[in-house]
Ligand binder design. Structure first.
Ligand code: NAP
Length: 259
């Protein structure tokens, strides 16, 4: 299917690895020129080069922390008149509800709620002026079904989801679609670190932890960054203009619900 977005310009945050990288690669395959970001410059440049080599699009790599104003300013300077924004950042660490203090919450809110909101506020007005835009926020299945040890993530992502629910309906009339993609467990560094967390907690090996977590997924496996990226590219496509303010689960059936 032709996604109809060749030649457009996208900003993909937190994209040197994992799901962000998958989104950047899929957008590039659709002919979209990219600004990609992550904190570590080396892995970011390697990803930028891999994308250029695979798809021949323009890729600008901007190293910086997207959860800080300084990091965002650098990305926005490179972004110019972006048509597509993919919001992403690392997820908060696991822990126990009684241990988290104000600073832990502020850090999680900065990373997984306020940073994506700031990027939306910076880039969506231009998209509205030009009459076309797409925003995809990478959130988590924890928005639909809480993951108790990820209380910081549950809290911050619920806040972003609330903001998007209202805002997406305010901007849709100007041709801008904002939606959220909710990953279940995917094979990325994040999944490996959560496997390790479970293995320490239960005194089992990380491999046993992975087998245990796979059993919670009807599809019987972790998702891949490639299939996640392909879904993101579709939500950024010409065909997705009537999809507004939705929360799309990509979880192999892991969240057990009817709707
Ligand atoms: P990942 O494999 O660990 O990759 C994270 C990427 O984000 C890396 O490129 C990392 O590069 C970059 N990054 C992290 N913090 C950043 C920051 N502050 N500023 C800029 N770049 C940053 O993670 P992932 O699995 O793709 O997860 C992406 C998001 O989806 C996370 O929020 C995660 O919590 C959420 N999620 C993932 C899963 C899963 O199973 N994978 C499930 C549910 C939700 P640097 O470290 O160099 O900055």
């Amino acid at each position: 299917m032709d996604l109809g977005i060749a030649g457009k310009r996208a900003v993909v945050c937190a994209a040197s690895k994992g799901l962000g990288r998958g989104c950047a690669m899929a957008l590039a395959e659709a002919g979209v020129n990219l600004v990609i970001n992550a904190r570590g410059a080396e892995a970011l440049e390697a990803t930028a080069q891999a994308i250029r080599d695979a798809h021949g699009v323009e890729v600008t790599a901007v190293a910086g922390d997207i959860t800080t104003e300084e990091g965002r300013a650098k990305v926005l300077e490179a972004a110019g008149e972006a048509d597509i924004l993919v919001n992403n950042a690392g997820g908060p660490p696991p822990g126990m509800w009684q241990d988290w203090g104000r600073e832990d919450f502020i850090k999680a809110l900065d990373a997984n709620m306020l940073a994506p909101i700031a990027m939306i506020q910076a880039l969506v007005p231009g998209m509205m002026d030009r009459g076309w835009g797409r925003v995809v926020n990478i959130t988590s299945q924890s928005v639909k079904a809480p993951i108790p040890v990820l209380g910081l993530s549950n809290s911050a992502r619920a806040g972003l989801t609330g903001f998007v629910a209202g805002t997406s309906r305010q901007v849709a009339g100007s041709g801008v679609s904002i939606n959220n993609l909710l990953p279940g467990i995917h094979s990325t560094d994040r999944a490996i670190s959560l496997d390790e967390g479970l293995s320490k907690q239960q005194g089992i090996t990380p491999e046993e932890a992975k087998v245990q977590r796979c059993k919670t997924i009807p599809a019987g496996r972790y998702g891949t960054a490639e299939e996640f990226g392909a879904t993101c590219a579709f939500l950024c496509s010409q065909h997705a203009g009537f999809i507004v303010g939705q929360n799309l689960l990509l979880d192999g059936g892991g969240v057990n619900s009817t709707l």
